[in-house]
Design a protein around this ligand. Structure first.
Ligand code: HGY
Ligand code: MN
Ligand code: MN
Ligand code: MN
Length: 417
């Protein structure tokens, strides 16, 4: 860290940050760095370690009804609503070591750095590991932060995973209490401010050689499950004109999704089909069924709604042409949301005081902060990551980049106190 950054009254420890990140990354599926999917036994083990780290810092720990692991540091004025920081300890399949993990470890570092400096905040401070931020076997992302904001419905809780368990049972497994999720766990006024630090998962900061992204808004996301039913048939004996090939129909839809998303009119938006299953998935059988998920994202709510309507028509038109049937189901939605301007200012003021290069920018990735923003002032700090890559084992950021970002987080929390 440059001398300038070391002038903070509450300096962070690069070594401690690196060590905790390395320890958290050891909780991964053997031979699959780095995979710690939500609700897995690895995820449970990782959270036990996190809870022990919180307790070693004398934090009062609990798991709320939404399955969020929370460690609370008392302030000098405990009547005040807490300040908070955190993210998620679950990963995507074959993911990275920093997406989510950085935010949880950084929140722990805030407490460690305050203790080392003998600095007492007025506000209580909460370290939060949100449950299941990544899409998971129940099809819904940001489970814990949605629960906190009161967004989970009875329908969400009743969704059954391929392993036969419902989301409610999954939340209970993780220590939550789904029976208490009919109302928000937190309301306006229950949290003074929440700041999440996260790798950018894009290449803007790296190419501009800047240290900090002050997030202005988080993209809206809609995920649609599409089930296509054709007719399984013999691949050799069935003439081309007599087929009801579910995969050909899906392929035509997916090519249309991509072409439409590239239209200037919709820009900037993104459309992705990253999950697709073919049944029976045999080289000599015409695919009878295909199930895929279309994910669309935009900062403009109208764009998302218009594209979704167009996609529904397209799915129906292509299915008709191909002689197959198609059903769609909304898996999950999160609206585009603005970050709190006072928190943006605290982050950018702290960055300039520390001599860091920063910019304001939107987030193309979804985050728990988007749901916290529904009941509390929320802000996000981005740090650069190698080639902007994420959701893959190549995800990387240097200890220096991490230290600058976490120091910015500590300085912003102190400024907000
Ligand atoms: O998908 C997302 O945007 C987030 O990284 N889970
Ligand atoms: Mn992610
Ligand atoms: Mn994340
Ligand atoms: Mn995210």
């Amino acid at each position: 860290m440059s001398a300038k950054e070391a002038t903070s009254t509450v300096p962070v420890s690069v070594d401690r940050l690196t060590k905790r990140l390395e320890t958290l990354s050891t909780f991964t599926e053997p031979g699959k760095p780095w995979q710690r999917t939500a609700f897995s036994s690895l995820h449970l083990a990782a959270r036990e370690w996190l809870r022990a780290e919180m307790q070693a810092l004398d934090l009062d720990t609990h798991i709320d009804a939404g399955g969020n692991l929370i460690g609370r540091l008392h302030g000098t004025s405990n009547g005040l609503a807490p300040l908070a920081s955190g993210s998620h300890s679950d990963t995507v399949p074959s993911g990275g070591r920093f997406d989510g993990a950085l935010g949880v470890i950084a929140a722990l570092e805030v407490v460690s750095a305050l203790r080392d400096a003998g600095y007492r905040l007025r506000h209580p401070f909460e370290v939060i590991d949100f449950l299941a931020e990544e899409p998971n076997q129940y099809g819904l992302s940001c489970i814990g932060s949605r629960a906190m904001a009161g967004e989970l419905t009875a329908e969400n809780l009743g969704v059954t995973a391929p392993d036969g368990t419902t989301l409610a049972e999954g939340i209970r497994l993780m220590g939550g209490d789904p029976d208490k999720l009919t109302t928000p766990l937190r309301r306006h006024g229950d949290m003074a401010g929440f700041v999440e630090i996260h790798i950018e998962q894009g290449r803007v900061l790296e190419s501009a050689e800047e240290d900090i992204g002050v997030v202005t808004a988080i993209v809206g996301i809609t995920r649609i499950a599409v089930d296509i039913e054709g007719r399984a048939d013999h691949s050799g004996a069935t003439p081309m004109g007599l087929r009801k090939d579910a995969l050909v129909a899906a392929s035509k839809m997916i090519a249309a999704f991509e072409a439409q998303a590239k239209q200037e009119f919709y820009s900037p938006m993104v459309a992705t089909v990253g999950k697709l299953e073919v049944f029976p998935n045999a080289s000599n059988v015409i695919p009878g069924k295909v199930a895929f998920v279309l994910e669309i994202r935009s900062g403009q709510p109208k764009t998302l709604a218009q594209y979704q309507k167009w996609a529904d028509w397209t799915i129906r038109d292509v299915a008709g042409e191909q002689g197959v049937s198609a059903r769609t189901r909304i898996l999950g939605k999160s609206d585009a949301v603005a970050m709190d301007t006072d928190l943006q200012l605290a982050i950018s003021d702290a960055a300039s005081a520390a001599g860091l290069k920063y910019r304001s920018m939107p987030s193309g990735a979804g985050h728990d902060a988007a749901h916290v923003a529904l009941f509390a002032p929320a802000g996000m700090i981005f740090i650069p990551c190698l080639d902007g890559r994420s959701h893959c084992p190549e995800e990387f950021c240097t200890p220096e980049q991490i230290a600058k970002g976490v120091q910015n987080l500590v300085d912003a929390i102190i400024a907000l106190d």
